[in-house]
Design a protein around this ligand. Structure first.
Ligand SMILES: Cc1cc2nc3c(=O)[nH]c(=O)nc-3n(C[C@H](O)[C@H](O)[C@H](O)COP(=O)(O)OP(=O)(O)OC[C@H]3O[C@@H](n4cnc5c(N)ncnc54)[C@H](O)[C@@H]3O)c2cc1C
Length: 277
């Protein structure tokens, strides 16, 4: 198994931020993943690192990357993906097999494990619509969970601390060319609206009920606001971007300032979507 010692997390997060992890371990199979979980019960789990803010001082812990545990299998309309499979690969696999339901996910830059944990979604779709069961590891046991307790950007796994091993999704028969066309349309919209040219962790804040976070942030005159090298994107106020060399404390301070200004302007409390590792 690949193990990196004192490895900067900045190399493994889409924000390109984060100090070193004591060890970063990359199990490549289910057996290796389970052994690693048993050997390192306090380890943190990292998927693609596309929804996390890792601390500048790093973490004095082992971190398990799921990225090399990524096999995908098909049984009729049911697709089972190991937690480290990326949504892009999974969405392509579904398209190639003429299965519809994951078009929304093809441009979300995370793994299926990270996406199920936070019930990732876009363009009216979310993981909850296709997930039929989830295999988890918890305190030495492997369990199959039928009810993931999904709600907006939330699932039972946020609170339970269970590690998602694999996910089975039930998709519906479709036409490959139409599935690919819809993926391309969503990805075009993403490129038009989102500041993909800069490192980020996607939307910084969740949508308060009945509102769009980006709209509230824009109305509170926070677009372009900058602390250190972290900036509220001028292209999309919902994103905080790393202009190059931003620290986690720049991002934290900027998120606090944005929340304060939005609260003053609208009376609404913004809840972070980005997870502090
Ligand atoms: C440019 C950009 C656009 C984005 N667009 C969207 C979007 O449209 N919709 C959306 O919902 N999100 C979006 N995101 C956020 C992000 O891609 C998703 O939240 C994604 O699902 C996170 O997956 P990940 O593998 O990167 O998780 P990570 O960031 O690696 O981890 C996130 C959390 O999940 C935990 N975790 C990861 N894997 C597991 C596992 N196997 N078991 C248990 N816990 C686990 C981690 O410990 C951490 O707490 C975007 C991000 C970026 C950078």
């Amino acid at each position: 198994m690949l193990i990196k010692y004192n490895e900067p997390l900045a190399n493994h997060t889409t924000f390109k931020i984060g100090g070193p992890a004591r060890r970063l371990l990359f199990p490549e199979s289910r057996a290796e993943f389970l052994d690693t979980l048993r050997d390192c019960p306090d380890a943190l789990i990292l998927g693609k690192g596309s929804n996390v803010l890792a601390p500048d001082g790093g973490v004095d812990k082992d971190v398990i990357s799921t990225l090399l545990y990524n096999e995908i299998t098909l049984d009729g309309n049911a697709v089972t993906a190991a937690c480290g499979a990326t949504l892009a690969t999974l969405a392509n696999f579904a398209a190639e097999n003429s299965l519809s339901g994951l078009e929304f996910a093809s441009g979300i830059p995370g793994t299926v494990g990270g996406a199920v944990r936070m019930n990732a979604g876009a363009y009216g779709g979310e993981m909850s619509q296709t997930v039929s069961s989830v295999e988890v590891y918890s305190k030495g046991e492997v369990l199959t969970v039928a009810d993931s307790g999904f709600s907006y950007r939330h699932s039972r796994y946020v609170d339970s601390g269970e590690v998602i091993l694999s996910v089975t999704l039930t998709l519906t028969p479709g036409v490959t060319s139409e599935i690919i066309a819809l993926q391309q349309e969503y990805n075009r919209r993403r490129r038009d609206k989102q500041p993909l040219e800069y490192p980020s962790a996607g939307s910084s804040f969740k949508r308060p009920q009945g509102h769009y976070a980006a709209e509230l942030i824009d109305r509170a005159a926070c677009k372009g606001l900058q602390i250190g090298k972290a900036q509220v994107s001028e292209k999309h106020a919902g994103f905080i971007v790393n202009l190059g060399g931003a620290s986690a404390s720049d991002v934290e301070a900027l998120m606090a300032l944005v929340s304060e200004r939005v609260f003053e302007q609208s009376g609404l409390v913004l809840e972070p979507e980005v997870v502090r590792l």
